[in-house]
Design a protein around this ligand. Sequence first.
Ligand SMILES: [Zn+2]
Length: 332
Amino acid sequence: MSISRKEFLLIAAGGLLTASSQKQETRIMTITGPIKASEMGKTLIHEHFLVDFIGADKINYNRWNRDDVVKKVLPYLQEVKQHGVKTIFDCTPAYLGRDIILLKTLSDKSGIQIVTNTGYYGAVDNKYLPPHAFTETAEQLASRWIAEFEKGIEGTNSKPGFMKISVNPGSLSELHKKLVRAAGITHLATGLTICSHTGPAIPAMEEIELLKANRIDPSAFVWVHAQAEKDKDFHQKAASLGSWVSLDGIAWGDYDNYADSILRLKNANLLNRVLISHDAGWYKPEETGGGNFTGFTNIFTQLLPILESKGFTKADVEQLLVKNPAEAFEIS
Ligand SMILES: [Zn+2]
């Protein structure tokens, strides 16, 4: 096909414009490489495709058959695509079933952009921590996580797009403080946002303070499972500090309570600090056929109708599912 000189010049100019705007635009790191934050679209920031709770001492990739997992999970990805979802964050960390080859296959077959994580999961009294997490310093742990971002995960070219750590529900132990410090070091080196499975406000506020003491802005921190804190004033407190408040168990009912929490934050002009997701899924290797799987649609079928009945606009929904995820996870 031949093109006119005028068309050629237009295309060339367009190419230059694209190249220069790409430089300035922040990125989201998916398992197949970086995309522009504006390409992320409607996003679920906390879901699971597979979780294996066997423990760090026994887990290995032979405990599940990837073809079986794909067969089970794919219809749920196709279902959520019907609701316009373009990107899903897989929050299963290493030693709990993070499987890059599985994630790549699911992404290829579904067309959903998948984002994976680096970091270690300290909750459940350290059952999911590898031995070196107990002995190494925060700097040494961080260097492992930074290497995954710089070189790729386990010999693949897939890089993490965020951090997933976790802590117990009470005041932070020394070990869990070390995980938070390691996450802070990794954030400063890579720009990756820190999602910490936390729950109640006591450890959440301690994490924010500890990060601040290490010169890390609260906006780099996502308070995961904030719905576990019943005193909703703490949601506002964390959001006012600039942290992200993740109300992320919407697969599991309690929709009016979620709507109330989100509405309070909106009324406090803090909707721009709220993240929502289902924490749904997942294939369970220890159960026949992977056990029961919960889909990723209750936000669309249950929660949004309640929010709309309370005056939520299209722009508010866009803020929750498109704008906030892009801002929370952009790597600048
Ligand atoms: Zn989760």
